[in-house]
Each structure stands twice: as structure tokens, then as C-alpha cells.
Design a protein around this ligand. Structure first.
Ligand SMILES: Nc1ncnc2c1ncn2[C@@H]1O[C@H](COP(=O)(O)OP(=O)(O)OP(=O)(O)O)[C@@H](O)[C@H]1O
Ligand code: NI
Length: 326
């Protein structure tokens, strides 16, 4: 087997809060991402998806405490990348800023407006990024800027707009265009289709999928299971900071379907499926129960669920060894 592009082991992130409270935003997460693969990370709001992305990029606030490892494979195309994997969680800020972010690890941020400089146009953002990452100048830079915008379906006649003049969907496309500039071996896209209509979702998803051709990797974080179905090779379902199921997309969306009751509930909530929401709300992350965090919402919960199940055969649920009670 080839070395994965990204290998995350036992990653946990806690936020230390004033007054001594502790928020366990990511809890003991492990997964691999292969070159040429797209992994979709799905789950309800607040389950830790963006914090996981922030940990990989070294973009968490000062009160975050991170444990575990996240090895990024060396990039033969990047000068100074070395011959050994880089542990993103142990790397210093200087290394991350100079050689990793944008170059080896691209990000489409969840709130693109917050990542754009208010006093600069979209054209200026793109030019600056292309010049910094590829050294392009002059007429070639002007052409490369328009080509970069077109890749994310950002309209050329809006390039001279400032961030505050962009709709949510346009800001999203500008952020996607910027993230694609570096052609980084690994791209993390956090809710890249928010605010886009159906056609643009399809275009964005298509462009992201193309990014994984030539052996690049994509970690796409999304609420949009339909978009995940179109782009993902595998699906990781996160609940209350843990991955509860990690399975090939064809099995998840097709046969036999998700195995963890939470994953099954997420899929069943879709309008084109059962259209039945999961009852209740995800738990607060400051006082999680010791056992399965989904048990209070789970129709199949029993006394066993008070124990914490490990991820076995890609799924963390005590009920799986029993025959499915369909
Ligand atoms: N800086 C922080 N300080 C304290 N808690 C935080 C901080 N950032 C995030 N959290 C908490 O971590 C949890 C996970 O947040 P995260 O943004 O990762 O969720 P998410 O799965 O990306 O949800 P969404 O779909 O809404 O983006 C939330 O409960 C949030 O309150
Ligand atoms: Ni998020």
C-alpha cells in the first residue's frame, strides 16, 4: 500500500475556557486520506468539523490544546519539503506560513468574507496570490488571474469588486478560486457550496473533483449530503467531536447504507429519502457523557451504550454485531 497523503492519528482538540471549563471539540479522531482521493466529512452543526480543519492548518485560537498527529506526505514538487512526512500538529507557525498553507495544504474557508482583506478587490487578491505562489508577472499575470477566477466560476466582470460588494455565493467562489491557485497536493474545503444555487454547486463540486485528479487529495467538509455524494470516494460522519462512521461513499449512499444509527439518521433526513429529521439536538461539548454521545437521541440505545464504543470496521456503535433490525 502506498503512503497516504494525510494520516491523522488520535487527534483531539480541547478549548480551555475562562473559569476552567473544557470544550472537547475533536475527540480521538483517526483517518487516512490517499492521493487522488476525496473524503467527505459530514455531520450536524457544531460537531467539530471546522475545528478539525483548523487544527490541520494550524489556525486555532490560543486557548486550543491539540493532541495526536497529522502526517502530511512530502511533496516532491515543493522545495524544502524534505523526504519525510511533516507532522502538521507539531510544525511551528513559521513553517506552516511559509511552506505549508496555500502551497502544500490549501483551504477554502467556511466564512470566506472573513478571510478576504476588505480594502482589496478580488482581482488584487488573486494577483497577489498567483504572484506569490507561482512568480507570474506582467501580461501573463493578468491572464492567469482571469483563468483562476474562471476555474471557480467567478465572473470576470466582478473581479474589481471589493469583498463587501460580493454576495455570499460570490465570496464563496472568490475563496474557492484563491484556494485553487496553489494547486496544493491537499485541499481542505469547508462548506464550499454554501450560498450557491444548484448549477453552481455542480460546477464547484466538479472543479473540486478535478483537483483530485493527478493524485491530489481533497477533504471536503459539508452539510450538503447531495454534494458529498457527487464528489466523495469515502464518507466520514462526525458526531460530538468523534468520527462515528468511515465508509466508502458507494456503500454509504447505496447498499448496504450507513451502519451507525446517527449516520443513517442524517441520510434519512434528506427530502429525497425519508424526510424525517433526527429528534433532539446534539449535546453540548463541555460535558459529554462517557458513553455514546448519540445514545439520548438514538431509538436503538440500550444500557450498553453507556460504554464508549471504538471505531470497529469503520463504525462506532455497540449494536452493529447484532443483525440489522430493519
Ligand atoms: N475558539 C473556540 N473556543 C471555544 N469553543 C469553540 C471555539 N471554536 C469552536 N468551538 C466549539 O467547538 C465546537 C465545534 O465547532 P465547529 O466549528 O468545528 O463545528 P462544525 O462541525 O464545523 O459546525 P458548522 O457546521 O456549524 O460549521 C462547537 O461546539 C463550538 O462551540
Ligand atoms: Ni464548520
Amino acid at each position: 500500500m502506498t503512503t497516504p497523503l494525510l494520516s491523522v492519528r488520535r487527534l483531539s482538540v480541547r478549548f480551555l475556557m475562562p473559569g476552567g471549563a473544557d470544550i472537547a471539540a475533536v475527540d480521538d479522531v483517526s483517518f487516512d486520506l490517499a492521493a487522488g482521493e476525496c473524503l467527505a466529512l459530514v455531520g450536524e452543526s457544531g460537531c467539530g468539523k471546522s475545528v478539525l480543519a483548523g487544527a490541520l492548518l494550524g489556525l486555532l485560537p490560543g486557548n486550543a490544546r491539540t493532541r495526536g498527529s497529522a502526517l502530511l506526505a512530502p511533496d516532491p514538487a515543493a522545495p524544502g519539503s524534505g523526504a519525510r512526512p511533516l507532522d502538521l500538529l507539531a510544525a511551528d507557525e513559521r513553517t506552516l506560513a511559509r511552506t505549508v498553507r496555500g502551497r502544500r495544504l490549501g483551504l477554502v474557508p467556511q466564512s470566506p468574507a472573513d478571510h478576504l482583506t476588505p480594502v482589496r478587490t478580488v482581482r488584487s487578491h488573486l494577483r497577489e496570490t498567483i504572484r506569490a505562489l507561482h512568480g507570474t508577472r506582467g501580461a501573463a499575470l493578468a491572464a492567469a488571474t482571469e483563468a483562476a477566477a474562471a476555474r471557480a466560476a467567478f465572473p470576470a466582470d466582478h473581479l474589481d469588486r471589493y469583498p463587501h460588494q460580493l454576495s455570499g455565493g460570490l465570496a464563496q467562489r472568490a475563496a474557492t478560486a484563491l484556494a485553487l491557485v496553489g494547486d496544493a497536493p491537499l485541499l481542505i474545503a469547508d462548506e464550499p457550496t454554501t450560498g450557491l444555487d444548484r448549477d453552481l454547486v455542480a460546477r464547484t463540486v466538479g472543479e473540486l473533483r478535478r483537483h483530485t485528479d493527478d493524485g491530489r487529495g481533497l477533504l471536503v467538509i459539508t452539510h450538503d449530503l447531495a454534494a458529498a455524494e457527487r464528489v466523495a470516494d469515502r464518507v466520514a460522519v462526525m458526531y460530538a467531536g468523534r468520527i462515528v462512521e468511515l465508509t466508502p461513499a458507494a456503500r454509504f449512499f447505496g447498499t448496504p447504507g450507513p451502519r451507525h444509527p446517527y449516520a443513517a439518521g442524517l441520510l434519512g433526513a434528506l427530502p429525497e429519502r425519508d424526510f424525517t429529521p433526527i429528534p433532539g439536538q446534539p449535546p453540548g461539548l463541555d460535558a459529554l457523557p462517557a458513553g455514546c454521545a448519540f445514545a439520548p437521541r438514538c431509538a436503538r440505545a440500550t444500557a450498553l451504550c453507556a460504554e464508549q464504543p471504538e471505531l470497529i470496521e469503520g463504525t462506532a456503535c455497540h449494536h452493529l454485531p447484532e443483525p440489522a433490525d430493519a
